[in-house]
Design a protein around this ligand. Structure first.
Ligand SMILES: C[S@@+](CC[C@H](N)C(=O)[O-])C[C@H]1O[C@@H](n2cnc3c(N)ncnc32)[C@H](O)[C@@H]1O
Length: 251
C-alpha cells in the first residue's frame, strides 16, 4: 500500500505516539500507515457509509492491525467519546461538511491537542468559521499531488485572535510561507480567477457584475501575497506573477 503525497503529508504532521481519530476514513489507508509506522499507538476511524466502512475493516484485517485500529460506523466524530483520541484528521471532504463535523462535536474537539483538516473545496469558508470560533492556526501546508493542490491546516481551540481578508483567503500561516510550492499554488489560483473573470466578462446582469467584483477583489488580495514574496530566487516568481496581466487562462 503506497500512501498518496497528500495523506503522507498529513501523517507526518501527527505527533508520534498519539491516539488518532480519522473521520471519513474510506479505505482506512491513513490509520493503517500511522500504526504500521509507529506514528500512532491507536486509531479510531469513522465512516458514515457502509461500503467504505466494510472496506476499511477488510483492509485493517488484512494488515493484521485490528487490535490497534477500530472502525466505527457513524457521522463525523459522533461515534467517539471525549478523550478517546488526541488528534483528529478530517481529510478529503468539503470545507462546509468539515465545519459541520467540528461544530457538531464541541466536547470532543475541545479535548483534542490538534485537529488536522484537509478540505477539498470551500477552504476559505472553513477558515472563516474556524477563526470566528476561536481556533488557532498552528500549521498550514500546501501539497501538490497528481497536478492538484491540497491545503492541509492544523488547528486547536484557543483564544480568539483577530484576522484579515488575506488570513481567510490564503491562511494566517500560509501567507507567511513564500516557498516555491505556496507561490505556485497562489499563481495557479490567480490564473483560474482570471479565467473565471473572462467567462463573466461581457455578461450584462447584476449577478455577473457582482461575480466580477468579487473575483477582482480576490485576485487583488492574492496578488498582494504574491507581490510580497521574498525568495532567494524570487525573480523567477516575480516574473511569473507579472506575466499574469496577459497570462494564460487555466482550465
Ligand atoms: C474522498 S473520501 C476521503 C477519504 C480519506 N479521508 C482521504 O482523505 O483519503 C471521503 C470519505 O468521507 C466519508 N464521509 C463524508 N462525510 C462524512 C461524515 N460526515 N462522517 C463520516 N464520514 C464521512 C465518505 O463516506 C468518504 O468515504
Amino acid at each position: 500500500m503506497k500512501l498518496s503525497e497528500r495523506l503522507m503529508a498529513i501523517a507526518h504532521l501527527i505527533p508520534p505516539g498519539t491516539a488518532v481519530a480519522d473521520v471519513g476514513t474510506d479505505h482506512g489507508y491513513l490509520p493503517i500507515y500511522l500504526v504500521k509506522n509507529g506514528i500512532s499507538r491507536k486509531a479510531i476511524a469513522t465512516e458514515v457509509r457502509e461500503g467504505p466502512f466494510e472496506r476499511a475493516r477488510a483492509n485493517i484485517k488484512k494488515a493484521g492491525l485490528e487490535e490497534f485500529i477500530e472502525v466505527r460506523l457513524g457521522w463525523g466524530l459522533t461515534p467517539l467519546k471525549p478523550g478517546e483520541a488526541e488528534v483528529a484528521v478530517i481529510a478529503g471532504i468539503g470545507g462546509e461538511t468539515i465545519w459541520k463535523i467540528i461544530e457538531k462535536s464541541p466536547d470532543i474537539i475541545n479535548s483534542m491537542s490538534a485537529v488536522i483538516v484537509q478540505p477539498m473545496k470551500y477552504q476559505h469558508k472553513l477558515r472563516k468559521a474556524l477563526m470566528d470560533h476561536g481556533f488557532n492556526f498552528i500549521e498550514e501546508r500546501v501539497v501538490k499531488s497528481e497536478d492538484r493542490f491540497y491545503e492541509i491546516i492544523v488547528v486547536r481551540k484557543g483564544d480568539w485572535v483577530s484576522y484579515d481578508e488575506i488570513d481567510v483567503l490564503v491562511g494566517p500561516v500560509l501567507k507567511k510561507k513564500k516557498t516555491p510550492e505556496v507561490l505556485d499554488y497562489i499563481k495557479t489560483r490567480i490564473e483560474r480567477l482570471i479565467f473565471r473573470l473572462k467567462e463573466v466578462e461581457g455578461r450584462n446582469t447584476s449577478s455577473a457584475a457582482k461575480a466580477r467584483e468579487s473575483i477582482m477583489k480576490e485576485i487583488e488580495l492574492l496578488r498582494e501575497v504574491y507581490k510580497n514574496a521574498d525568495l532567494p530566487d524570487g525573480n523567477k516568481y516575480h516574473r511569473a506573477a507579472s506575466s499574469e496581466e496577459t497570462g494564460p487562462a487555466m482550465g
